[in-house]
Design a protein around this ligand. Structure first.
Ligand code: CDP
Length: 806
């Protein structure tokens, strides 16, 4: 039965497919407080676990006395490394090929490291138990500064591997050295520098920060002794990976492990890895026979789960006098903390940092990265970025501004002069990537025209003159940033996590009445997958998005996938969705041909069904076809209408964008005001423009936080001094600037719907825009580079150092 819908526009509008600003369906439950988060999981007899943590950043553990804790009412067990050794779980593998203590084994290596796990009938009893555990420490010398990690007299942190000459990524130069990773042609690059007319060299540091999602990391583990099955509800960005890793390290058959990631309150990379809390809760459940819940508090989250960045990038650019770049040389000192727990694909110890040539046509480049240990928390996750891409974008975008300053050129003009041209795509970069598509000149010019860039520069010149005349105490900065991202890990031939290949998946099952369910290997943490995935299916299959239920996060029902991080969902799972839909459509076409008594080739697709070519009145809607698929399929064709696709992308996707920040800074107080922020993003085909805008707003707000104040800072004794939201900058609506968004559309040529990722882009492009604005503001006073974060205090210090304050 076809519904009578008058126009094509109405039929299309009813689908709410790709390009529609469809409202987020998940918000119905979120705005009514009906989300279902891990902490909402309450099981009969459930126990609570919590950690005794080290106050010392580096110390030997002389003894742990649990006796008093075990006498605390409600405390049932106290686990230490000695207990975990019995089940071979005192250490766990990290995603980066290192090992990490689950509970302190003989020594502690960072402040707030997990020392013992107290299990009790409620959280209060667990807390009392923690206070009653007696640990005797012997303090050891502390290593905080990564630039001293490889000193001859540096304290050796990892005694477990001190004699190992090789690590997961090749030879180690020092007991505190993790790896050296090099890419590019060194000789050619050195030669380019030897004959360069102009060069710049600057140490550009991207400080340590933290993804700090609203909901901290947590889990509930429930071991069923009778069935031998372990069920884990957790805040997992990659549930299937967790299931496989648990199977491998706990030796529980994988089909007896059920991992469920319910609603997640933000991840930003923080919830990709495995943490001691998960292992301890699972062991505690096996030991006690009861479900065990572990929920981090904010301080624990900020100080012990995965940090981000902490890259110190010595950046050199060679160029001609006219401003044509001829070479790029970067050395990175990467501070990985106490264990290398970076969440990068296995073969990429510095992630995709080799996208550091950015949007520019560098004929040659060379990159070397040294990873080192310090007495800090482990991690190194992609905080709203694709595996170290934000560090790379910051490095090159600051570098280009510094070069422009040296050449006396406008930073936007320098970029336009060096962009990869539209006709050069697919473009092979000097550091090994194949950029799929781009039109950088168009995006940059659109940005410059929209904001009246030339007018802003004129105003800046006038304001600088007025400052010099003493008529104003405010300086004005223009922060230009043009970034190229690399998202969609990845082609499985070169991307895996612990050997698990990085494809993604979708299963679509249509029901007889024309509705359906779709399941993916991804896991939304706020990105709106339930809304947008249904839109892809709506366009591909002509079924209204409202009639498609999207389900993620349950490893028993979802097809195997590698999860959501690094903006990989749209490039990989988004493609799997389109491919699964096309399989369904192919069968639907066979059924339609049978119903319309024509050959399949005589049919054409028309919005929501198939039509006989040349006979427009002969039409079968997808709704008709769904009914027939179950109740009157063509003879010889099995009933049902469903398909699954595992999509292994041929390449990554390369979104890009042109951003501009206009900032005024009062030199006497260091107080800044973001007067204007314009963000043009190109993420190829746009599935839901409203969700894209939301993603850009969120990412820019995080970029603002990172550039302007957010930092995980340690004092010289290894104490974390920004371990709570009292000190760790989280902007509220009061501080957050107004965002102007814009776009161009350059589809990805290899993605089935031409889409690229977008979630990370504003963080990648935003940070250099803010930092370039601050640096641009101060540049006329003689500075070339001021380190982030640019809080009021540092701005004031810069003003003083540069002589702007008497
Ligand atoms: O992997 P993650 O979901 O974090 O990032 P993403 O693939 O960039 O997608 C973030 C959200 O933006 C999803 O809801 C996407 O469907 C949506 N999006 C879109 O509407 N159009 C695009 N071209 C890219 C993403």
């Amino acid at each position: 039965m076809n519904e009578i819908i008058v126009t094509r526009e109405q039929r299309e509008a009813k689908l709410e497919g790709m390009g529609c600003k469809r409202k987020r369906v998940e918000d119905i439950r979120f705005t009514q407080g009906k989300g279902n988060y891990v902490d909402d999981v309450k099981l009969p007899g459930m126990l609570h676990g919590d950690f005794v943590r080290s106050p010392y950043p580096h110390a030997r553990i002389k003894s742990i006395d649990k006796d008093k804790a075990l006498k605390v009412p409600g405390v049932l067990a106290v686990l230490t490394a000695e207990d975990l050794k019995g089940v071979n779980l005192a250490w766990m593998p990290t995603l980066a090929g290192d090992v990490q203590m689950v509970l302190a084994d003989g020594k502690v290596l960072f402040q707030n490291q997990e020392v013992a796990f107290v299990v009790a009938t409620d959280r209060y009893a667990a807390d009392d138990g923690i206070n009653a555990v007696e640990v005797e420490y012997e303090a050891l010398p502390v290593l905080v500064d990564p630039f001293h990690s490889m000193d001859a007299d540096a304290p050796i942190l990892r005694e477990d591997i001190k004699d190992k000459k090789d690590g997961a990524h090749g030879p180690r130069k020092h007991p505190n050295h993790i790896f050296e990773w090099t890419v590019g042609d060194k000789d050619l690059t050195d030669a380019a520098f030897a004959k360069a007319e102009v060069t710049i060299k600057e140490l550009i540091s991207y400080h340590r920060t933290h993804p700090s999602p609203l909901e901290t990391c947590q889990c509930v583990c429930s071991f069923d002794k009778v069935k031998g099955e372990l069920t884990i509800w957790g805040t997992f960005q990659a549930p299937h990976v967790i299931r496989t890793v648990v199977a491998l390290i706990a030796k529980i058959p994988e089909h007896k492990i059920h991992v469920i990631a319910p609603d997640i309150g933000g991840g930003f990379g923080n919830k990709v890895g495995a943490y001691p809390g998960y292992i301890c809760a699972a062991v505690a459940s096996i030991v006690t026979g009861k479900p065990v819940k572990w929920v981090e508090d904010r301080i624990e989250n900020l100080t012990s789960t995965s940090f981000a960045r902490d890259y110190h990038m010595t950046t050199e650019i060679a160029a001609t006098k006219e401003g044509k770049v001829t070479g790029l040389r970067v050395h990175v000192l990467a501070d990985h903390g106490a264990f290398d727990a970076c969440a990068d694909p296995s073969k990429w110890p510095a992630g995709f940092f080799n996208i550091v040539t950015g949007s520019y046509d560098f004929p040659t480049a060379h990159l070397a990265v040294d990873g080192v240990y310090t007495n800090k928390a482990p991690g190194g996750v992609a905080y709203r970025c694709s595996f170290r891409v934000t560090e790379a974008a910051y490095c090159i975008e600051r570098g280009m501004d510094i070069l422009a300053q040296k050449l006396g050129m406008d930073p936007a003009e320098l970029r336009l002069k060096n962009f990869i041209k539209a006709e050069q795509f697919p473009y092979h970069s000097a550091l090994g990537w194949e950029y799929d598509s781009g039109d950088y000149h168009t995006a940059m010019r659109k940005m410059m025209e929209t904001v009246d860039y030339a007018g802003l520069r004129r105003e800046q010149a006038e304001r600088r003159a007025a400052f010099k005349r003493g008529e104003t105490r405010e300086i004005m900065g223009l922060g230009v940033s043009f970034f190229t991202e690399i998202v969609g890990a990845g082609p499985s031939k070169n991307c895996d996590i612990l050997g698990i290949a990085m494809f993604d998946s979708c299963e679509i099952r249509l029901h007889p009445t024309g509705a359906g369910i779709a399941r993916m290997g991804t896991k939304s943490q706020g990105q709106g997958h339930e809304t947008t995935w249904a839109q892809i299916i709506a366009t591909e299959l002509g079924i209204p998005a409202d009639d498609i239920m999207v389900e993620e996060g349950n490893t028993d029902t979802a097809p195997y996938g590698l999860g959501t991080y690094g903006s990989r969902s749209t490039p990989v799972a988004g493609a799997a969705i389109a491919m699964a839909a096309r399989k369904v459509k192919a069968k639907a076409q066979m059924i339609a041909a049978y119903l319309l008594e024509v050959h399949e080739d005589d049919l054409e697709w028309d919005i929501d069904g198939f039509r006989v070519k040349g006979l427009p009145e002969r039409f079968k809607s997808m709704k008709d076809i769904c009914w027939a698929a179950y109740n009157s399929p063509p003879p010889g064709l099995e009933p049902g209408l469903e398909a699954v696709s595992y999509y292994d992308p041929p390449n990554m996707t390369y979104p890009f964008g042109a951003y501009l920040c206009v900032m005024d800074i009062d030199v006497d107080t260091g107080v800044y005001k973001v007067r204007r922020f314009y963000a043009l993003d190109d993420c190829g085909t746009r599935i839901n423009p409203m969700i894209i805008e939301g993603q850009v707003h969120g990412g820019l707000t995080e970029a603002f936080a990172i550039a302007m104040g957010q930092e995980i800072r340690y004092d010289n004794d290894g104490n974390v001094v920004t371990g709570s939201f009292m000190d760790f900058f989280i902007p509220t609506a009061v501080e957050t600037p107004h965002w102007e968004t814009d776009f161009t559309v350059t589809p990805s040529p290899h993605h089935p719907i031409g889409a690229k990722g977008v979630g990370e882009s504003p963080n990648v492009g935003g940070v250099p825009a803010f930092s370039n604005a601050v640096n641009d503001a101060f540049s006329f006073l003689g500075s070339t580079h001021i380190q982030m974060p640019h809080d009021f205090w540092r701005n004031w210090q810069a003003a003083k150092r540069l002589g702007a304050i008497a």
